[in-house]
Design a binder for this molecule. Structure first.
Ligand SMILES: Cc1cc2nc3c(=O)[nH]c(=O)nc-3n(C[C@H](O)[C@H](O)[C@H](O)COP(=O)(O)OP(=O)(O)OC[C@H]3O[C@@H](n4cnc5c(N)ncnc54)[C@H](O)[C@@H]3O)c2cc1C
Length: 477
C-alpha cells in the first residue's frame, strides 16, 4: 500500500487554500474598470523568497490586463522551501528538490540574478549588481516591493562569529550533514572517551521550530549513521538543545511542546531549559549555569534579524530594524513602496506584528498583489487580516507535533500530516512529484553516509594560518 496515494495529492486531503481563487474572483470583477490603454506599470520586487516569488506569481495572472512589467531581483535563481531544509540536509530528500527554480515558477516575470545594492527613491531606481560580476544595472520602477527576508540573529556571544554554524542556506544544511559524517569518521578512531565526546556532542542553540527540528532530525540521522561505524553506538551521539526560556516550541500549545520534549529526551537529546550559551571556544561551549559542554559543533538557531541592507534604503524602519509596513502592506509614508514577509513589521488586527513565517509571507504576498491592483484602479487598498492556520514541527524518527485549525496531533499521524501539508504547499507539479519519489525511496532505503565535500574539517594550525592571512572560513573548525 503506497502511503501517498490517499493523502498527498493536493486538495484531496485537506481543505485547499482558497485565497487564490478569491483573489482571482475579486480581480476579474474589477477588470472592466480599467481603460483599454492602461499605461505600463513597472513593478520591481526585491527578494524572490516566499513573499517576493508568490507576489510575482499572483501579479503575473493579471500582467496583460493591467499592462504590468514585473521584474524580480534575487541573489539566487531559486528560492528555498525552508520547511524542507532540514530534511534536505539529512538526506531524506535530494537538496535540489527542496528549492524551487524561479525560472520555472515565474513565466512572465523578468528575473535578475544579482544583489540589490541601493534604492534611489527620488529617481525611482533600484541599483543592482549582477551576481558574481562588477556589472551594475539600474531598474526604474513605479511600484517597489521590498521582500528581502531576514538573516540569522547573531548576538555578541564570544566565539560565536568564529565557531558558530548557521542553518539558513542549502549550503549550510548540506554542509552540516557533511560535518556530522566527518565527526563520526573521526570519533570512530579515537579511544579516549573525553576526546570522543568532543567530536560526538553537538550543541544546538534555540528551542523554537528550527532548533527543535534540526536537533530531532540530526539526532535520528546520526544515531542511524553510527551503525556504519564499528566503534560508535547510536547512544554515543549526543545532541544538546539549549533554550533560554522555560519551554521549547513556544508557538505551540504546552501539551504539544511537552510531547516533543519527552519524545526527544527519550531518544537521547539533552534539552537544557532556562540556560543560554555564554561563550563558544574551539572545543567546548559554556552555558549560563557554568556547565562546559565539550563540543566542536555549535549550531545557532536562536532567532532572526532584519536584512542589514534595509538600513541603506530610503524607507522607515522600526527600532529592531524591520520595515514599518501599514496593515495594507504599503510602507509608512510611501504609497508606491510595499513590504512584507520576514523583513517587514506588518501589524495584525490586534496591533502586534505578524510572526515571520512562510505561511504569513505567502498570504501577505497574495494580499499585496490584490492591493497593488486596487491602487492601479484608483481604489483604496485593504488591510491584510490573516488568521493563523496552525503550526507543525517534525521532531525526528517519523514523529511530529501539529496544531492545525484547532486540532492537535502528535507522533506518527502528525508526521504524516506534516509531510502531506508541505507536499501540497510545494510549488510546481514537477517538484511535488520529485519530493514524493524521494520520500517514498526514503521509506525503504537507509540514508547514505557519504560526504558531498561541502564541508571540510581542518586542523587548528591550518585554521590559524588562514586567520593570519585574513582568509577565515567559518566552517573550517
Ligand atoms: C530552517 C528554517 C525552517 C523554517 N521552517 C518554516 C516552516 O516550517 N514553516 C513556516 O511557516 N516558516 C518556516 N521558516 C520561516 C520561513 O522560511 C520564512 O518566514 C520565510 O522564508 C519568509 O519569506 P521571505 O520571502 O520574507 O524571506 P525569504 O524566503 O528568506 O526570501 C528572501 C529573499 O531575498 C533574497 N535576498 C536577500 N538579500 C538580498 C540582496 N541583497 N539582493 C538580492 N536578493 C536578496 C534572498 O536570496 C531570498 O531569496 C523556516 C525558516 C528557516 C530558516
Amino acid at each position: 500500500m503506497f502511503w501517498w496515494l490517499p493523502g498527498t495529492i493536493p486538495g484531496t486531503c485537506l481543505a485547499p487554500d482558497r485565497e487564490g481563487w478569491y483573489l482571482f474572483a475579486v480581480l476579474e470583477e474589477g477588470a472592466d474598470l480599467l481603460s483599454e490603454n492602461q499605461k505600463l506599470t513597472r513593478i520591481v520586487i526585491l527578494g524572490g523568497g516566499f513573499a517576493g516569488a508568490y507576489l510575482a506569481q499572483s501579479l503575473e495572472r493579471h500582467a496583460k490586463r493591467y499592462n504590468l512589467h514585473i521584474t524580480l531581483v534575487d541573489q539566487r535563481n531559486y528560492f528555498i522551501f525552508y520547511p524542507l531544509l532540514v530534511e534536505a540536509g539529512i538526506g531524506s530528500l535530494e537538496p535540489r528538490h527542496a528549492v524551487v527554480s524561479l525560472h520555472q515558477y515565474l513565466k512572465k516575470t523578468t528575473l535578475l540574478m544579482g544583489n540589490v545594492v541601493s534604492v534611489d527613491d527620488d529617481t525611482r531606481e533600484v541599483h543592482c549588481q549582477l551576481a558574481g560580476t562588477d556589472f551594475r544595472k539600474a531598474l526604474p520602477y513605479d511600484h517597489l516591493v521590498v521582500a528581502l527576508g531576514s538573516v540569522t540573529r547573531l548576538p555578541p556571544v564570544p566565539g560565536l562569529g568564529e565557531y558558530g554554524l548557521r542553518l539558513k542556506t542549502m549550503a549550510d544544511s548540506v554542509g552540516l550533514r557533511d560535518r556530522a559524517i566527518q565527526l563520526l569518521e573521526i570519533a570512530n578512531h579515537l579511544e579516549d572517551p573525553a576526546q570522543r565526546a568532543e567530536w560526538l556532542n553537538l550543541v544546538v542553540v534555540g528551542g523554537s521550530f528550527t532548533g527543535v527540528e534540526f536537533a530531532g532530525e540530526f539526532q535520528a540521522f546520526m544515531a542511524k549513521a553510527a551503525n556504519s561505524y564499528p566503534n560508535i553506538s547510536g547512544s554515543d551521539v549526543k545532541i544538546h538543545l539549549v533554550e533560554a526560556t522555560d519551554r521549547i516550541l513556544p508557538a505551540l500549545e504546552p501539551s504539544l511542546a511537552d510531547y516533543a520534549r519527552q519524545h526527544m529526551e527519550r531518544r537521547g537529546v539533552d534539552i537544557r531549559l532556562n540556560q543560554y550559551v555564554t561563550r563558544i571556544a574551539h572545543a567546548h561551549a559554556e552555558l549560563s549555569n557554568g556547565d562546559k559542554i565539550p563540543t566542536r559543533t555549535v549550531v545557532w538557531c536562536a532567532g532572526i534579524a532584519p536584512n542589514p541592507l534595509l538600513k541603506e534604503m530610503p524607507i522607515p524602519l522600526n527600532e529592531q530594524g524591520y520595515v514599518k509596513s501599514r496593515a495594507d502592506l504599503r510602507v509608512e509614508g510611501k504609497d508606491h513602496i510595499w513590504s512584507m514577509g520576514d523583513c517587514a513589521s506588518v501589524p495584525s488586527p490586534d496591533g502586534t506584528p505578524y510572526a515571520p513565517t512562510a505561511q504569513n509571507a505567502t498570504r501577505q504576498a497574495r494580499h499585496a498583489a490584490r492591493n497593488i491592483l486596487l491602487v492601479l484602479k484608483g481604489e483604496e487598498p485593504e488591510p491584510c487580516r490573516l488568521r493563523a492556520l496552525g503550526s507543525l514541527a517534525s521532531i525526528g524518527c517519523r514523529s511530529a507535533v501539529a496544531s492545525v485549525m484547532g486540532v492537535k496531533l502528535s507522533g506518527f499521524a502528525a508526521w504524516w500530516l506534516w509531510r502531506t501539508v508541505y507536499l501540497m504547499k510545494m510549488p510546481t507539479f514537477s517538484r511535488k512529484i520529485r519530493v514524493m519519489l524521494d520520500w517514498t525511496a526514503d521509506l525503504f532505503f537507509t540514508h547514505d553516509v557519504v560526504q558531498l565535500g561541502i564541508h571540510q574539517l581542518r586542523r587548528a594550525e591550518e585554521r590559524d594560518k588562514e586567520r593570519e592571512s585574513g582568509v577565515v572560513d567559518r566552517e573550517g573548525l
